[in-house]
Write a protein that binds this ligand. Structure first.
Ligand SMILES: *Cc1c(COP(=O)(O)O)cnc(C)c1O
Length: 387
């Protein structure tokens, strides 16, 4: 990832910045494309993972659709070349304005999370003289076995529609003339590395499909969302998630009806490994029992550790040899602004270049200006690597 040519370039740049290895991104996209096309699956990129226009344009060039969770993401997707006919739109709190944006854009499908939301989409579609296509987001009550902040598919969650509400959804849908049910949507959480969870999801969807079949309700598509995890511990050994095994699980365990399409909304697994936050050591400070390596990047550039104790591999790319242990922290006035405790690094000094790995997903996308900091630049390998 960090050869000497790249490091020389980095040393001329102001830190912190987001670095994107476009070769890794392309290899990932090639793998998704070849593995999903074996089964004719439809891929939507979950824009919230990384909405950088250059990243989005690259993803779009592979013919994938977009999965959006706000009106602005819909607009950004269109600007980056995603066809409206491949845009899906989810979210528990879609505003009137956002729904109007989606209707005017003529997106492919709304993933609806409640009856009041369907009522509003129906109403606004009627005003526009349109019929909006919807999928209902079902809460399948499957535990993703991931961090509780990124688990979305169990019953006490704010997301989706629970089983005991199905009857009332069906009754309501009959009266909503400006929406058309075309699919069932599921998304149970993120950073799922235990693949048996997806098998469990498939089996649950099979049961749910039976329930709908008994009521003579047939939908064109199943959307299983995203959530496929990446290897945060070993980014160099496993830069490309195992999409072969991932898609094969759905082929093996999910019973699709004749002509039914299967859609995915992949975010993290597409972009996580291509990105790193590059920063410099400002100071090495001695505490009572610890040494602190204080970086010029903080939770403003990478929120995940502060937000949900996420692990990111930390690398000193300027040094090697004898090691020591450091608490690696950012400059922000919050104790949670910490990237790792007791991290083993080569002896580290002021101005060393530090890489926080696997930050392409939910890194730049979650940047903030807290402490009135500047938003960091993005640097792309194809702009700095020799041709
Ligand atoms: C966040 C999200 C995704 C993408 O999840 P990843 O874990 O990044 O793959 C897909 N669908 C919905 C509805 C989401 O909210």
């Amino acid at each position: 990832m960090f050869n000497s040519t790249r490091i020389d370039k980095f040393n001329q740049l102001e830190t912190p910045f987001y670095f994107y290895d476009m070769n890794i991104l392309e290899q990932t996209l090639n793998s998704i494309q070849s593995e999903s096309s074996k089964y004719g699956y439809h891929i939507h990129y979950a824009v919230k993972a990384n909405a950088n226009p250059k990243i989005m344009q690259k993803i779009q060039s592979y013919g994938f659709g977009a999965d959006c969770v706000s009106g602005n993401e819909i607009s950004r997707s269109v600007e980056c070349g995603f066809p409206a006919s491949k845009i899906v739109y989810a979210g528990v709190g879609k505003s009137d304005k956002e729904i109007k944006t989606a209707l005017e854009t003529d997106i492919f499908c709304f993933n609806c999370e409640s009856i009041p939301e369907m009522e509003l989409i129906n109403e606004l579609a009627k005003q526009e003289g349109k019929v909006a296509k919807i999928a209902i987001r079902i809460n399948p009550n499957v535990n993703a076995n991931t961090h509780h902040y990124i688990t979305t598919g169990i019953e006490e969650n704010k997301f989706g529609i629970n089983r005991w509400e199905f009857d009332s959804v069906i009754e309501n849908l009959k009266t909503f003339k400006n929406i058309k049910l075309i699919g069932l949507h599921f998304h149970i959480g993120s950073q799922i590395t235990d693949l048996s969870v997806f098998k469990g999801l498939c089996l649950r969807i099979n049961e749910i499909q039976e329930w709908f079949k008994e009521r003579q309700i047939f939908v064109d598509l199943i959307n299983v969302g995203g959530g496929f995890g990446v290897d945060y511990e070993n980014p160099d050994e496993n830069p490309i998630p195992d999409f072969t095994t991932f898609f094969a699980i759905f082929d093996e365990f999910l019973n699709l009806k004749a002509n039914q399409e299967l859609h995915f909304e992949l975010g993290r697994s597409v972009v996580a490994q291509c990105g790193s936050v590059m920063s410099r050591v400002l100071y090495v400070k001695n505490g009572v029992n610890t040494k602190f390596a204080i970086l010029d990047a903080g939770m403003t550039e990478l929120l995940r550790p502060a937000l949900y104790q996420a692990y990111h591999k930390i690398e000193n790319v300027s040094a090697n040899g004898e090691t020591d242990k450091y608490d690696v922290v950012g400059p922000i006035c919050e104790s949670s602004d910490c990237f790792g405790k007791s991290v083993k690094l080569p002896k580290t000094k002021r101005n060393d270049l530090i890489a926080l790995r696997t930050t392409g997903a939910y890194g730049e996308a979650m940047a903030s200006q807290y402490n009135l900091r500047n938003i960091a630049n993005a640097v792309f390998s194809d702009e700095i690597d020799p041709a």
